[in-house]
Ligand binder design. Sequence first.
Ligand SMILES: [Zn+2]
Length: 307
Amino acid sequence: MILCADIGGSFIDFAVVHPDGRTEHRRSVPTPLDNAPAFIGALVALCAPWPDMPLHIAIAGVECPDTGIIRAANIPCVQSLPLAAHLHRETGRAVRIANDADCFALAEAHFGIARGHRNVFGVILGTGIGGGFVLDGRIVPGLGGVTGEWGHAPVVIPPPAPLDQEAAETLVPLFRCGCGISGCLDTIAGARALERLHLWAGGTPQTSRAILEAWQTGDRQAGRTLDIWLSYMGAGLAHVINVTGSTIVPVAGGLSNAHALVDALDEAVRARILTTTSGPLLKRAALGADAGLLGAACLGLDIRAQE
Ligand SMILES: [Zn+2]
């Protein structure tokens, strides 16, 4: 059995997970956001009935592999904290931490839609976008703990030469991203960004869900928004596929509930990659909200396999 926690900006989900993916002793507590002792205390209390077992954590943040320092914009109290070391000091147990999008991809590779695939790039289309890369059943550790963050780095960039005014007005603007850079794919990709893109493209204020519903009924304005969205997203993800050699892309997050959107993005990606495939690359993820916990469990399975 493996102790697992999936820590997001709203809740800490906890479970004891069996190697076959079954879960027991599930608990969910609000995430203390501004009080580090309360945050540590919540995890210590959840694990207390199993004093000698390691804890495996999926977190909405990144752990630096060199220092153990956490970066988690939505959980301020652990920002800049060496969380694993703190928890080890408090409980004596080994603690392993990974990014939750990486854990999602890992879970889908072990237990979900991507079983049997060696190169797996998991995509989250949620409020923002995220991703995780799994190779041969393991997360690929990256520079500063970062891998799979395909939503960040400027891709929506103006051409180097000046344009006349009319041409310039057709360019998607350089929106400022939450990461501090302008023009990231994330500035037009997630649910909130899609709503802003729709406004810029001439639409009225609507939820992403309403925009997607209008698009599926043939609405011209929503069609224009989605043409832009699919063009940028298809290009960005095609680039990822060419670099990672992924043979499957599990897709999760709120926007993936629109099956037609996943299918359209799959078409846009496959039209732009260097190779051809006989079937879809993008497939809706299988594990739903359990992916973080199950991915954390995979971290434990991996350690056992190495022992
Ligand atoms: Zn960004």
